[in-house]
Ligand binder design. Structure first.
Ligand SMILES: Nc1ncnc2c1ncn2[C@@H]1O[C@H](COP(=O)(O)OP(=O)(O)OP(=O)(O)O)[C@@H](O)[C@H]1O
Ligand SMILES: [Mg+2]
Length: 225
């Protein structure tokens, strides 16, 4: 049987630096298969973003192990982790984080900034990603010339550009009205249908319903359902 895409094994993560240590994750174990659409829910402060940061190789567990495509990551040097991240993992956040003075196309090209490729190939890849999210007629628009939902779709295009197939989304609909939120989830569902693996952090049960599996965190523990 092939390894899971993501394997979290008894992971703990405690933040130090405040008045007292904050245990944000306590003994979390979880596997995500290639092509899954997983929703992570749970109250504010339950550890969702902490877990997503570990899945995205932005942070390391203090205890336990995280395997990415069967490869233990905790001892990997930062440089190797950055290469894995850049080639395979796209992030989408609540705030769209687009550069205000760059067009949609230029913003998506930024998702390729560490790739070696010609300027024309970069442009083609960015245009293809924007087409996938239904924005092929908005390439030259600045963020302020786009609706909130369209801006988030640009951010999704930036996350997938160049063939990244793991999408980690932290409250991607938190700043959107209901219609735009459903449209964004429609785009994520379409990408998942084409083979992308999606992990969606959300407070919103209606959005979690798009996922094929829903897990809840509470006080740093993964609830068993
Ligand atoms: N850098 C940090 N330093 C210290 N404590 C932190 C840090 N980041 C998060 N925490 C604490 O860890 C706990 C989990 O935080 P986390 O951001 O993972 O929660 P969350 O489930 O994403 O919450 P929300 O739904 O509000 O985004 C919280 O109690 C938070 O205060
Ligand atoms: Mg969070």
């Amino acid at each position: 049987m092939p390894d899971s895409l993501l394997q979290v094994e008894d992971v703990g993560r405690t933040y130090h630096g405040g008045v007292r240590p904050v245990p944000a994750l306590r003994g979390v174990s979880l596997e995500v298969d290639d092509g899954e659409f997983l929703a992570l829910t749970g109250p504010s402060g339950s550890g969702k973003t902490t877990l997503l940061n570990i899945l995205g190789l932005l942070d390391r567990p203090d205890t336990g192990e995280y395997l990415f495509r069967g490869c233990a990551t905790s001892a990997l040097p930062e440089r190797r982790r950055a290469v894995l991240r850049g080639s395979s993992i796209g992030f989408v956040f609540q705030a769209f984080n687009l550069l205000a003075d760059r067009t949609a196309l230029e913003n998506v090209e930024l998702g390729l900034r560490y790739r070696r490729m010609s300027a024309s190939r970069r442009r083609d890849e960015a245009a293809a990603a924007l087409t996938k999210v239904g924005l092929e007629d908005r390439l030259r628009h600045l963020p302020r010339e786009l609706s909130g939902g369209e801006q988030q779709r640009v951010a999704i295009a930036r996350a997938i550009v160049g063939g990244r197939t793991l999408l980690l989304c932290d409250e991607p609909t938190g700043n959107l009205d209901s219609a735009s939120a459903h449209q964004v989830l429609g785009v994520l569902t379409g990408l998942n249908d084409e083979g992308a693996t999606v992990v969606l952090v959300t407070h919103n049960d209606e959005m979690a319903r798009y996922a094929t599996r829903v897990l809840a965190l509470r006080d740093g523990y993964l609830e068993t359902t």
